[in-house]
Design a protein around this ligand. Structure first.
Ligand code: AMP
Ligand code: MN
Ligand code: MN
Ligand code: MN
Length: 284
């Protein structure tokens, strides 16, 4: 099998962050959907990796340990995926703990803002019923609760009306810096990858400085084929990767069977001119 035709899914979330399947359930779904190599990339957390690795091994599914780190760059929230990390590395563990630390207060502030600006009360308490990991309360948990109480019909509608910048329930937050995220990933022996680059609302000039800075810090790749991109963006970001000398990565960003843009393992093929980050990782 050629490197480009491997069914790689290097971006997914479990109950250890804001997914709804446990690492074991996620491994089973990846296997059932034909994934050849799978990475778990929970937000700011590596707590699911041991279970994920054991489940994948039992299914004879190749597994890559990963993480998706939240950063703030030029006042925007951006996500950096780390793959092939050593999840026991102390620099990485300390950095992730620091990144997670503000989530609890942020969630209380989000709830207060929803009450004050939208008349929605006790949303923090409601969101908590969807949280498995007390260190990792996210906007997704709020969104699921708002759907439950009928404030919106779907999670994507929630992010149009609430929780997004400028909307009730949005609370600005300072995550890690780009330099910190890349440094922690490299310290843990991993490769740093820009998650779903098409999702950030940056000017062309800002995108260029972001990619240059990422590269200078030791960043390796950007995601091209992801559940967050349109088909046109698969090609667009492949060209961008090649022009900056980045490798490319691929992942569904699967969170939940109920509201998945793309199911785990169900992404289309990589564009032909792709240079995948996993080229040297397996005997394909
Ligand atoms: P947080 O890390 O708490 O800011 O939550 C971010 C998460 O919210 C993302 O990882 C997605 O899972 C989810 N999210 C953000 N925007 C949207 C959207 N427009 N539609 C669905 N989910 C979204
Ligand atoms: Mn998420
Ligand atoms: Mn993301
Ligand atoms: Mn993600």
């Amino acid at each position: 099998m050629s490197v480009l035709s491997l069914n790689v899914d290097f971006h997914s979330h479990s109950t250890v962050s804001d997914g709804v399947l446990s690492p074991t359930e996620l491994a089973a779904r990846a296997k059932k959907n034909g994934v050849d190599v799978w990475a778990l990339t929970d937000h700011d957390e590596i707590g699911g990796i041991a279970e994920a690795r054991a489940a994948a091994t039992a299914l004879e599914l190749k597994f890559i340990p990963g993480v998706e780190i939240s950063i703030t760059w030029a006042r925007k929230t951006i996500h950096i995926v780390g793959l092939n990390i050593d999840e026991n590395n102390s620099k990485l563990l300390e950095g992730l703990a620091k990144t997670r630390a503000g989530r609890e207060q942020r969630a209380r502030d989000m709830s207060a803002d929803l009450a004050a600006r939208a008349g929605l009360n006790n949303v923090y308490e409601g969101a908590l019923t969807y949280v498995s990991n007390p260190n990792l309360i996210s906007r997704s948990h709020f969104a699921r609760y708002l759907v439950e109480i009928g404030a919106c019909r779907s999670v994507s509608e929630v992010f149009k009306k609430y929780l997004a910048e400028g909307k009730p329930g949005y609370v600005p937050h300072r995550w890690a810096t780009l330099q910190e995220a890349v440094t922690w990933i490299l310290a843990a022996g991993g490769v740093a990858i820009v998650a779903h680059p098409g999702r950030y609302d940056l000017s062309p000039v800002a995108y260029d400085s972001f990619f240059r800075e990422f590269k200078a810090l030791g960043g390796t790749a950007i995601e091209t084929v992801t559940g967050s991109h349109t088909v046109d963006q698969y090609e667009e970001y492949t060209k961008i990767a090649n022009s900056y000398g980045f490798l490319v990565s691929r992942g569904s960003d699967f969170h939940s069977p109920a509201d998945a843009e793309v199911d785990i393992g169900k992404l289309p093929a990589m564009p032909k001119n792709s240079k995948p980050v996993w080229t040297s990782w397996f005997d394909a």
